[in-house]
Design a protein around this ligand. Structure first.
Ligand SMILES: C[S@@+](CC[C@H](N)C(=O)[O-])C[C@H]1O[C@@H](n2cnc3c(N)ncnc32)[C@H](O)[C@@H]1O
Length: 249
């Protein structure tokens, strides 16, 4: 099925401008590394980044681990490879891919929020489990859970300093909205203000995302074969729930 998310297809070129890889991503990756080192029941040398996108997490995690990335989007994988030429990147759908190999750690960052129904959500964790050695650690950080979601949260983010090509300016406006809090989905709408040589283009993107309660997270992760630990990561005034999961069986 065709991917209609423009950030991962025709507008993927703006992704390197959204967030500073050397600052925000570096801080988050230090947090992830600490969780992995604290919870692992085996030496951790290899890490699989599922939904690696443009490879900003890979850029930071490769200092600590031998990193492989998987993503659905060829455009995002091309960026990840350009940023991290020494790492392996593979195209795959987190609900179904089978690499035939296992890793000491797995990261599922914001990409897990694209699992917009319970069946897909559970399938993604079975994939993570199948690619992890026993005693290895999965770190999963959803954009939101039902506890952290904020109706009509709207952010305005200019391109990270020095990230835009000459003559180009980009501003990202992101809004989250849940039309029916009783179901498993919410909407993310992104408006891109792109000025190229002073001429304004306004582009839009609309994604259906998944939202689950912490209880559902715990149950699905345990059913997949993980021991579950929960924590918080605070960034830019937002608190994210982080699930650190040890493969026990
Ligand atoms: C916001 S980006 C992740 C960015 C990444 N954290 C980074 O370091 O650059 C979300 C990614 O999830 C990927 N994605 C969405 N659905 C997916 C699926 N079913 N399987 C694999 N990747 C998926 C998209 O292609 C996109 O690259």
């Amino acid at each position: 099925m065709k991917d209609t998310r423009r950030l991962y297809t025709d507008l993927a070129w703006v992704w390197p401008m959204w967030g500073d890889a050397a600052v925000e991503y570096a801080r988050y990756c230090r947090h992830v590394t600490g969780l992995i080192r604290r919870h692992a029941k085996r030496p951790v040398r290899t890490l699989l980044d599922i939904g690696c996108g443009g490879g900003k997490n890979v850029l930071n995690l490769k200092r600590e681990f031998n990193v492989t990335g998987v993503d659905l989007s060829s455009a995002m994988l091309a960026q990840a490879k350009a940023l991290n030429p020494e790492c392996a990147f593979i195209r795959g759908d987190m609900r179904t891919f089978k690499l035939g190999s296992a890793f000491d750690a797995v990261l599922m960052d914001d990409a897990i929020s694209h699992m917009s129904c319970l069946a897909d959500f559970a399938a993604a964790f079975r994939t993570a489990h199948a690619h992890l050695h026993r005693g290895g650690v999965l770190v999963a950080t959803p954009d939101v859970t039902t506890e952290t979601f904020r109706q009509n949260r709207t952010t305005v983010t200019p391109a990270a300093p020095g990230s835009a090509p000459a003559g180009v300016e980009v501003v990202f406006i992101e809004n989250t909205y849940d039309p029916d809090p009783a179901d498993e989905q919410y909407e993310t709408t992104v408006v891109y203000l792109i000025r190229d040589g002073g001429r304004l283009r306004i582009e839009t993107d609309r994604w259906t995302m998944g939202i689950f309660s912490p209880d559902t997270w715990r149950r699905v992760l345990r059913e997949a074969g993980f021991e579950v630990h929960e924590g918080r990561y605070v960034a830019g005034g937002d608190a994210y729930t982080v699930f650190t999961c040890v493969r026990t069986r």
